[in-house]
Structures are given as C-alpha cells and as structure tokens.
Design a protein around this ligand. Structure first.
Ligand code: ADP
Ligand code: MG
Length: 469
C-alpha cells in the first residue's frame, strides 16, 4: 500500500470511528468502545476489504463479535461507492523498551539525547496544545497542563488529575503534555497508558514471572500519563502495585498525570481509599462542557485543514444544536464533510443540514445534561418532601417512592454511571439497582405513578420515550 492509500485508509477509519463513537449515548458504552478501539494498532485496506489490526487476539475477537456490523455501516456511510468487507486480525506489538537517557550517559562523551517514549499506545500527533481550543470550560485544566510541561514534578501539581465527561478533551490534553515534552525534553522518558493497558501490562509481566521488570520500567519513567483511571478497579494487587509505583515516582519528583470521567471522590468504591487520597493530593481540575463560542471555535479549528469547504452557517448550526460533547460535534462535522464531498454540486442550506444531522440532533435531546441533583430536587418537590429526605436512609414508603423515582430518572435519563449515581445518593450500588428495578415494575402497573414520572420528566422537557437503553 502506498503512503497515500495508507493515509486515505486511516482517514476513512478515523471518520468512521468518529461517527460511530458519536452515535453512542451512554457514557459507559462510550468508555467501553474507546477501550477496545485503543487496542487497534493499524487499519489496512485491500480493495474493498478493510482489516482492523489489534494488539491482541482477544480484542480482535471482541471487536468482531460486538462492533463489526455497526462499524461496517459507518464505513459504508463514508465510502458509499462499494460494499465493504470488514475483517479483524491481530499482531502482537513489540515488547516495550525503555532506555532512559541517563543510563546511556558516559563520562567520555556528551550525554546521548534521545527521546524515550514508553507506551503500548502511540500518542496521537494531532493532540497538541495548539490544536486544543481554550475556553471557560477548560482554561484551568489547560493552564495546569502547561505548568506541568514547563516544570514536571513541581510541588502542588503532582499528581495532576483531570476529570470530566466523555468526549470533552481529557485524552487530548493529556497527550498534548506528552507530545510537548517529547519535543522539548527529549531526554525525558515519557509514558502514556490507559489504566486498562497498565493492568494488561502488569498481568503480562506477572505471567512471565517478571514483575521486577515491570517495576523497573514503570518506576524509571520521568512522567507517567495514565488515562481513564476509573478503570483501575480490578484487583487488589494491581492497586497495591500502582500505589507503590505512584509513591516511588512522586518521591523522586517524577510527574504523574491522570484523567478520569469522575472526580476522585466519585470513583468506584472498589478503588482503595488510600489511592483516592493520593489522587487528590496534587492539582485537581474539571473539564466542563464548552459554551457556544468555544464550540464554534473548536469546529473552526477542526476544519482548518479540511479539503471540504464547510460554510460558516453550517458550523454555527452544529455549534447551536450539538452541545453535549465535542466528540458528538466532530461526528456531525464529519457527516457534513462526507455528505458535501459526495454531493459536490449541492448547495447546502439549513433544511438539508437538518436532514443530514437529524440523528445527531435527536440524540442531543436525550443527552441534555441533567444533573442528579436537579432530578433529586424535582422529585422532592413533586412529593412535597426535602432533599434531605431523598438522601436519608429512612425507609417509610412516602420517602422511598420519590427517592427511588429520582434514582430511576438519574439512571434512565442521564448518561451518569452507576458509580456516580450511587455516590450522589450516598447509597450502595445494589440500592440504586434495586430502586430502578422497583420503579420500572411499578410504572407498568400503576398509572398514577407513571403520570407523576411524566410530570417530572416534562418539567425537564423530556418525554417517557427519551429514556436511554
Ligand atoms: P475525552 O478523553 O475527555 O473523552 P477526547 O480527548 O478523546 O475526550 O476528545 C474527544 C475529541 O474532541 C477529540 O478529537 C479532541 O481532539 C476533541 N476536543 C475536545 N475538546 C477540544 C478542544 N477544546 N479543542 C479542540 N478539540 C477538542
Ligand atoms: Mg479519553
């Protein structure tokens, strides 16, 4: 395959991926799909056959079983001229090597300056600071990330913990730190991994009976970037290992940066308290949803290098209608781009835009950012009780019904995960699951309760049918 073809294939894949990701509603779905997508090491095309190559067989099988149909549809949407055959394969990645510069120094010559990058996943070169649009929703996080770049390991910024909903730019910002340091501090050993990959690494080294090697690698990096630490839940041993690694790095003034979809205090209960308090021990910043101006600026940035000329009103239309997260905007933008390049003579207007983006806009309605607190308040008001009653553990039926209703709405009409809901309600997971189930059963038998639910929903501009799957 020539470079050009390679580029085309990658572009095709990137677009299909964007459209696919932006079509998912719940945070959990997205995080899961992203985890598997992050195990894709390359994409090849031979005629109409596209092969997705992953770093392990399990991921290849999993992607094939679970995502192949919908991915195929996305690819065909972009490349409509031919039916696409989608296959999956795997290639074991080369083992990670680390040679920090200081070990190569010799007293006879200048220290060898070479960048040392430790990761099973390459950094995305587009994820730079200059490609990251600043706005009120993220300016503190950007400032902290830049401070880390100019002075890694600095007191008060270690660790840097960035949290926020899916698709708001956490990975981009974290990789921008990595990319910038790679460029300007080539002597530094930089490590970027997702928590999931860190876990896999640990298991692999364990299996080989080579745990000291694992420690040697992960304790000798100069900066450790760990994405999506909410997935750190499995296993006591790995948490112990990470705890020790964390302390070792911090003690030697090495920088640690982490991202998560929730604040440390809302991380799953299965993550040890001592780890959570370590996560909170440095600088904490949230990335929020961008406002209209920032959304528009992001869209403009994303079209800077595009071959297709997208009129301003189309960008404004997207910024106006797609507000939930940046990835959804990118999906809408990619869809418009694809449409325009397939229909070169067409003059775009609002009606056409409305049609092409119909799916995206419909999803937005259900994705509107309802907070759990808002829901609790609405349920309390509807039943004439207080927020304290909702949060209490008292089990009289007059309190249990509105409380469970609030749980039900939080679960079915927001993209919040179970962990977060349980934490805001100050209840166990099982209590939330039970509450949701109870209401589900009751509304099919009790028209009065159903009417109450509809009332509360309509106060948010929702209908019963807006529930997520
Ligand atoms: P997260 O890790 O929070 O789920 P990502 O970092 O993967 O989100 O971002 C999703 C997409 O949105 C990426 O393509 C990223 O480049 C883009 N994006 C998010 N925020 C911004 C921003 N402020 N400026 C430019 N692009 C952004
Ligand atoms: Mg991410």
């Amino acid at each position: 395959m020539t470079n050009d073809q390679n580029f085309e294939t990658n572009l095709l894949w990137e677009k299909a991926k964007t459209i696919y990701l932006s079509s998912l509603l719940s945070q959990e779905d997205k995080s899961q799909v992203e985890r598997y997508f992050s195990m894709i090491s390359s994409v090849k095309r031979d005629g109409n056959t596209i092969t997705i190559i992953t770093s392990n067989q399990y991921a290849a099988d999993y992607l094939k079983t679970n995502y192949s149909d919908r991915l195929k549809k996305c690819l065909e949407l972009i490349s409509p001229e031919a039916a696409i055959e989608l296959t999956f394969d795997y290639q074991k990645t080369a083992p990670i090597q680390i040679q920090p510069a200081r070990r190569m120094e010799s007293s006879f010559s200048e220290p060898v300056r070479r960048s040392t990058f430790v990761s099973t996943i390459p950094l995305n070169e587009d994820y730079t600071f200059s490609n990251f649009v600043s706005g009120a929703s993220n300016s503190f996080a950007i400032a902290a990330a830049k401070a880390v770049v100019s002075n890694p390991g600095r007191v008060g910024y270690n660790p840097l913990f960035i949290h926020g909903g899916t698709g708001l730019g956490k990975t981009h910002l974290m990789q921008a730190i990595g990319n910038e340091l790679k460029l300007n501090r080539p002597e530094m050993a930089i490590c970027y991994l997702t928590a999931e990959e860190y876990l896999n690494e640990y298991i692999n080294y364990m299996k080989e009976g080579n745990i000291h090697k694992f420690r040697e690698i992960y304790r000798s990096v100069d900066i450790l970037l760990i994405d999506d630490v909410q997935f750190f839940q499995k296993g006591k041993e790995i948490q112990e290992e990470f705890f020790n690694n964390f302390n070792a790095l911090k003690d030697s003034k090495k920088q640690i940066v982490m991202t998560s979809d929730v604040a440390p205090k809302n991380l799953p209960a299965s993550i040890e308290v001592r780890l959570i308090s370590r996560f909170e021990g440095g600088m904490l910043h949230e990335i929020e949803s961008p406002n209209y101006e920032t959304r528009l600026a992001i869209l403009k940035k994303k079209t800077e290098n595009s071959d297709v000329n997208i009129p301003d009103f189309a960008l404004e239309y997207i910024a106006d209608n797609i507000k939930s997260h940046v990835r959804a905007m990118e999906g809408a933008l990619a869809t418009v781009e694809v449409f325009l390049s397939a229909n070169k003579d067409l003059i775009l207007d609002k009606n056409i835009l409305n049609q092409i983006l119909d799916d995206f806009i419909k999803k937005e309605v259900t994705y509107r950012k309802l907070t759990i607190e808002e829901i609790q308040k609405a349920c309390a008001e509807q039943y004439g009780i207080s927020i304290e009653d909702i949060l209490s553990h008292e089990r009289t039926q007059t309190l249990v019904t509105p409380r469970q209703l609030a749980m039900y709405i939080s679960r079915k009409y927001t993209s919040k995960g179970l962990q977060e809901i349980a934490s805001v309600f100050d209840k166990k997971h099982a209590t939330i699951i039970n509450g949701v189930k109870t209401i589900q059963q009751r509304i099919s038998n009790e028209p009065e309760l159903k009417a109450k639910l509809e009332d509360i929903l309509s106060s948010f501009g929702y209908k019963l049918s807006d529930a997520m799957d």
